[in-house]
Design a protein around this ligand. Structure first.
Ligand code: IYR
Length: 332
């Protein structure tokens, strides 16, 4: 796999391909980041962008993880003290998940977002951005309730972070794309260069394959889950024997979340995937790539129940180190 393929594998979108190709041509020492609002427990959404950071690390990039404490505060996620404490917990789970501490720079937003230069740049963007534009950028990020002034400041700060952290690439889920596009439009007016962006997919809801899996609205997998909880959730998941359960759905409304998790979580982290089966049902199956597993599910060679058994096992392996970190906090 060449650097460009590794950097962009499993991505939903890159802006722009030409700019990302230029980075891939000389990846050593380039800096890429994802920002996260600190939350006590990592879930499968955090793990998906973290997989991309691991790809980038393998391609030679330096990785910055922004623990966006000020952003979480503006998005009404608690008091500043609570958020700070959660940030440390989140950092330890990322390290347990596989982002090596010595190769990853963890930065708190408050370390630079309260500096005079940053705040004055922020006010300049506020002057040139309409309320409507900022609100649209936040549509998929904002928590429930009426929009507050804080919610329109939030995306403008995110647009500035890329410059202040001296980054070459901004990474995020597809829910971040409007903020990243805003960044590309507004920072040139401040004399800064707009940076390329890469967006990862959002996995479908586990129980029905519709919409997006989210900790706030439905079943999700998180580092808090026990082995049994993971088995239960995966066994109850929607998994028809097809990649495309809704061929007529506009924008593919109903999807197969079990296959998506194999594609975006399991295959990027494990060289071979073994589906255990009793001899009487044909014995174990082994896969080196997602496509082969998906094809077997579609042909009937691989039964959804067996696929789910394997998925639960691999997810449990991915979650186990973070679960151990959380257990330490519980023991305190
Ligand atoms: N908006 C993100 C958090 C965030 C991301 C980046 I990239 C920043 O520069 C700042 C904040 C979220 O929804 O979690």
């Amino acid at each position: 796999m060449d650097a460009y393929e590794r950097i962009t594998r499993n991505a939903s979108e890159v802006i722009t391909e030409e700019e990302v190709r230029a980075l891939a041509a000389e990846p050593e020492g380039r800096r890429a980041y994802v920002g996260y609002e600190p939350s006590g427990v990592l879930h499968i959404g955090h793990m998906l962008t973290a997989n991309k950071l691991i790809d980038l690390q393998e391609a030679g990039f330096e990785i910055v993880v922004l623990l966006a404490d000020v952003h979480a505060y503006l998005n009404d996620k608690g008091t500043f003290e609570e958020i700070r404490e959660t940030a440390e917990r989140m950092k330890r789970q990322f390290v347990a998940y596989g982002l090596e501490e010595e190769n990853t720079e963890f930065v708190l937003g408050s370390e630079f977002q309260l500096d005079e230069d940053y705040v004055l740049d922020l006010h300049q963007i506020e002057l040139s951005t309409t309320l409507n534009r900022a609100q649209r950028a936040m549509a998929e990020i904002q928590g429930g309730g009426a929009a507050k002034v804080s919610h329109v400041v939030y995306p403008l700060m995110q647009a500035l972070d890329v410059e202040y952290l001296d980054l070459d690439l901004a990474v995020g889920g597809m829910d971040q794309r409007k903020v990243h596009v805003l960044h590309r439009e507004v920072v040139p007016d401040l004399g800064y260069e707009a940076r390329p962006c890469l967006h990862t997919p959002i996995i479908a809801n586990l129980d029905d394959g519709v919409g997006k899996m989210s900790s706030s609205t439905g079943v999700t997998i998180s580092m808090e889950d026990s082995t049994e909880a993971i088995e239960e959730k995966v066994n109850a998941a929607y998994c028809p024997p097809t990649r495309d359960p809704d061929p007529d759905g506009e924008g593919n409304e109903r999807r197969n979340p079990v296959l998506e998790i194999f594609q975006y979580h399991v295959f990027p982290r494990f060289e071979t995937v073994v589906v255990e089966r009793p001899e009487q049902y044909g014995g174990d199956l082994e896969y080196d790539e997602y496509e082969a597993l998906a094809a077997d599910l579609e042909s009937g060679e691989l039964h959804p129940a067996d696929a789910k058994g394997a998925l639960a096992r691999y997810l449990d392996e991915l979650v186990a180190p973070g679960r151990a970190v959380l257990a330490e906090y519980d023991g305190e």
